[in-house]
Design a protein around this ligand. Structure first.
Ligand code: GLA
Length: 392
């Protein structure tokens, strides 16, 4: 994976060269990272707790101003160039990669930012459809680029919210705030425990002898957006029931396991299980933060396995390939814990692995997964990376 500073430099340089060839000027370059969530899945849109870290895959945006009202945008991954007029950014999702750019520009505009025209080349390194948040990294890098070109500034948290809103309104996924938040605030060597209600966060250092190992099932989460919105609606249906009994309940964050038990019969069975996942997962994040503070990686790992089971059985967002990857991981030496990460329905698992066991782990997972599925998984050994910034 592209994680050393030399490989970042060469990415930036070749991007600048490409830009120079196309537009005869040196660009400004911005980048924002993908992320892996250690624990706290499908809790962010329930005002709950999450614990992501950025990974060393970035989306890069090279840009320079142009004198007209056009965003002339080239995507290196899609080998496609499109023109967006700054005067007609509105409109529903078009199911096209440019929705992310259009969305961020439109929301910035709606917040009063006077946007300038720009040429842009986007180079994405975050695997797409793998649950590693390529979308948020594109939104945040685009946001930084558009702001700089337009000589405008917004506070960091504002940028996070602008990007989230772009995804809701212009892409059509009612995502929580985790991905955009970590893309902006990530700090190298650390995971962040984010309170998605107050938006306070705590940096938690990841012990040196542990590695974050991401296994990509190579199953793309194509159905994810519709299922994602459905899960969110099921949580809201649960909140309605709890609210009838207690108006102080605004989100599943406000509901305890005891409340859930008391109202079990009033909830449809599926909604009951969705709520059970969210309520128990919030507690697991709090417990995982304590475990990390105490450098108790065994306890942290147990919580990861529990989280996976809950996502598999109660929230039903896993799939056979992800379950298999977790099962293989659990049979490997030196693995503290493993779980699916991100929205689900394909994508990746995250395993916490002792540094000296990583090589053997990588070999065993690849071999066993290939044997059972015929698919070769991508395995990325990561350390927690730095958040979005201009490339100097
Ligand atoms: C996606 C969303 C996030 C979060 C996760 C599940 O990545 O973008 O907001 O809800 O799924 O935890």
């Amino acid at each position: 994976m592209a994680s050393s500073s030399t490989s970042y430099e060469s990415t930036a340089e070749s991007l600048a060269d490409e830009f120079q060839r196309s537009y005869h000027t040196r660009p400004s370059i911005f980048r924002a990272p993908g992320r892996v969530n250690l624990i706290g899945e499908h809790t962010d849109y329930n005002d709950g707790f999450v614990m992501p870290a950025a990974i060393g895959f970035y989306t890069w945006v090279a840009t320079s101003a142009r004198p007209d009202r056009t965003l002339h945008v080239h995507s290196g991954e899609f080998h496609e160039t499109i023109d967006l007029s700054l005067d007609s950014l509105a409109g529903p999702p078009r199911k096209h990669w440019s929705d992310f750019v259009r969305g961020v520009a439109a929301v910035l505009h709606s917040r009063g930012v006077q946007l300038s025209g720009a040429n842009m080349i986007i180079q994405g390194q975050v695997p797409m459809g793998a649950g590693l948040s390529s979308s948020a990294s594109l939104e945040v890098a685009t946001g930084l680029a558009l702001l700089a070109i337009s000589q405008a500034e917004v506070p960091q948290l504002e940028l996070v919210k602008i990007c989230q809103r772009a995804e809701h309104e212009y892409v059509g996924t009612r995502c929580g705030i985790m991905d955009q938040f970590i893309a902006v605030y990530a700090s190298s060597g650390h995971a962040l425990m984010i309170d998605c209600r107050s938006l306070d966060y705590q940096s938690l250092s990841i012990p040196d002898d542990a590695r974050l190992v991401i296994c990509n099932s190579m199953v793309k989460h194509v159905l994810a957006s519709g299922e994602y919105n459905r899960r969110r609606a099921e949580c809201e249906a649960g909140v309605k029931v709890f609210r009838m009994n207690s108006p102080a309940v605004h989100a599943l964050r406000d509901v305890t396991m005891a409340d859930l038990a008391n109202h079990e019969t009033e909830l449809p069975e599926v909604v009951y299980r969705r709520c059970r996942h969210v309520i128990s997962e919030n507690q697991r994040v709090l417990d995982a933060a304590k475990a990390l503070h105490a450098s108790d990686l065994n306890q942290f790992g147990r919580l990861m396995y529990e989280s996976h089971r809950s996502l598999q059985q109660d929230y039903e967002v896993s799939c056979t390939e992800l379950d298999l990857l977790v099962e293989i991981a659990s049979s490997c030496q030196g693995v503290y814990g493993s779980r699916m990460t991100g929205g689900g329905f394909g994508g990746c698992t995250i395993s916490l692995v002792r540094a000296h066991s990583v090589e053997a782990f990588q070999e065993k997972v690849t071999q066993a997964y290939e044997e059972k599925t015929g698919i070769t998984p991508d395995v990325y050994v990561c350390s927690a990376a730095q958040g979005a910034a201009a490339w100097q």
